[in-house]
Design a protein around this ligand. Sequence first.
Ligand code: ZN
Length: 307
Amino acid sequence: MLRPDPVAVGIDLGGTKVEACLVDGGRKVLARERNPSEPGLGRERVVANILRLIADTAGGRPLGAVGLGTPGTYDPADDIMYGAPHTPLYEKPGLISLLRSELTVPLVVENDANCLALAEYFEPGRERHASVMAVILGTGMGAGLILDRRLYRGARGNAGEIGHATIDFNGRPCECGRRGCAEAYLSGPSLSRRFAELSGEKIPPHEIYLRFEKGDPLAKGFFEETFLIMGEVFANAVNILDIEAIILGGGVSNIPLWYERVPPYLRKGLFGVPGRDIPILKARLGDSAGVIGAAYLALKQMGLMDF
Ligand SMILES: [Zn+2]
């Protein structure tokens, strides 16, 4: 009897949930599941939750590899994640190596923004852009880079940390300890905090947007300033990397204003070759981008994708 072709599992490990998807060699999603990740119960529990999810998703089919995406920077030299302030357990040594030791197939680990970049870059039609930056705007702000059709990790896997590029070194304090980081202006919690300072009311970004739509002058002024900040931050990235498009994912990306209103500011900040139009595109895969990108890591490990 013919053995079925091996499949790959992608895992998106977050602070509250862990999600898995099963894909075949042609990148078709065959199954998806999610469970609580329970980092409060310790790393053995998190690993057990991941292993159960892998087994449930694979449903007995032969696995070729597992890809895992999670916030922070994965450093292969130490086999741990760095800079994941919202998920401190994942930063401690041991979680990744414990998971690796429990698996019988290779495990590939990557930053969740890199997974977003991969998943979105391989969406139909997007291949016309050889170099893109995919930004996660949510609790924090991070980015993944595809440069000349390759995932660019940098020397220590730390490339794309645009959320911690400063726009004002006397500016707002950031969770990382520095001042004026883009994240301190543009992440979901930062948007709410900045608006609260103007209005005295702390409301989620989507509600600020609804007020903008109703013509609230405070919300209008707030967004105009935010378009300028975002445009400047993205122009810096384009000036350094000469990317062709920016893709936005994460909860804050659901505000539709960014796609029309930020590009004029971005354009004003560009240096060099004239006439470039850098589109800001909404992530198509929504919440699923991370887990699908993680599955692509596994497919690459199996020799079935190239990036
Ligand atoms: Zn910072």
